[in-house]
Design a protein around this ligand. Structure first.
Ligand code: GLV
Length: 327
């Protein structure tokens, strides 16, 4: 890099990522407030900058890109990039990167935390104890569901779906998956079977979602699919909220149409459908799938590395829109 490139960082990130950028003598401006900037604030921060390191909470759309034409690279510190209008970025020859791989295990672990919590009614039971209602062990107290021998349906068998499947072996579950692509590694290592979408919906005792949010996957779980599920089915979502029709899910949980849901993501984050708060059979987390110390450090480093490569005019390792890249 000839002169010090200017970079805007939209939220505080782990020091490891900042270190990398500082070492390369990048001129950093960081929003130090732990909140999402308004579109106008994000534009103001990016004015005169060549690089942006942003989060899934930042909306990067055509209006934003037109307001800051000097940007030469956008590094999203997330695996998902549905917060970015990729077509608009590509039209403007603006490379965009993400941080896949490094958050696979943390997110798979959290999917399992939710699956176990919803199977064994952990949230409900803890609330009961904290409310001072625990008076004695009870033969009928908080009876939940077993895992052994049950069918786990993995919707989206990419990196995270595969890691979730591998963990299911320890619980001796039968695994089925739906994905446009075959996953021979998952099949070989877990005995998982690839099935059609409807079969997965109908036959699973637990469904765990690991799909990216795209126009095709928006509301892929809607009223119709919820009606098809087994009455005892429990749904876990650690991907993106809008993959599920949240209103239809609230109704299905409320009617006892399905047995429970473990959610880390919501259709209109940070808003949560008010109906969910009323439901004892919903376990609700605030989008913390990748939230471990070392995972977030790796994500920050990966985003910083991607940004540095773009600023140096080199193809970044995690480019999501190769069409935008001009050698
Ligand atoms: C988190 O949701 C991510 O996509 O990294």
């Amino acid at each position: 890099m000839t002169k010090k490139p200017k970079v805007f960082i939209s939220r505080p990130i782990p020091e490891a990522g900042l270190e990398l950028l500082r070492r390369e003598e990048v001129d950093l401006e960081i929003n130090r407030d732990e909140r999402v900037l308004t579109p106008a604030e994000l534009i103001a921060g990016c004015r005169g900058k060549e690089g942006l390191l942003c989060q899934l909470t930042d909306r990067i759309d055509a209006d934003f890109l037109d307001a800051v034409p000097g940007l030469r690279g956008v590094a999203n510190m997330a695996a998902g990039f549905d917060n970015i209008d990729i077509e608009a970025a590509t039209d403007r020859n603006l490379p965009v990167t993400n941080t896949p791989g490094v958050l696979t295990d943390a997110t798979a672990d959290l999917a399992w935390a939710l699956l176990l919590a919803v199977a064994r009614r952990i949230g409900e039971a803890e609330r009961y104890l904290r409310a001072g209602k625990f008076k004695s062990w009870g033969p009928l107290l908080f009876l939940g569901a077993d895992l052994k021998g049950k069918t786990l349906g993995i919707l989206g068998a990419g990196r995270i779906g595969t890691a979730v499947g591998k963990r299911a072996r320890a619980f001796e579950m039968k695994i089925i998956y739906f994905d446009p692509r075959e996953n021979p590694a998952l099949e070989r290592e877990t005995g998982a079977e690839k099935v059609g979408f409807e079969t997965l919906i109908r036959e699973s005792d637990f469904i765990t979602i690991h799909l990216p949010l795209t126009p095709e996957t928006r509301h892929i779980i809607g009223r119709k699919e919820l009606e098809m599920m087994k009455p005892g089915c429990r749904l876990v979502n650690t991907s993106r909220g809008a993959v599920v029709d949240e209103k239809a899910l609230v109704e299905a949980l409320d009617r006892g149409r399905i047995a429970g849901a473990g959610l880390d993501v919501y259709e209109n984050e940070p808003r949560v459908h008010p109906g969910l708060f009323q439901l004892e059979n919903a376990v609700l987390l605030p989008h913390i799938g990748s939230a471990t110390v070392s995972t977030r450090e790796k994500m920050a480093e990966m985003a910083a590395q991607n940004l540095l490569e773009m600023l140096k005019g080199r193809r970044p390792p995690n480019l999501v829109n190769p069409e935008a890249w001009k050698e």
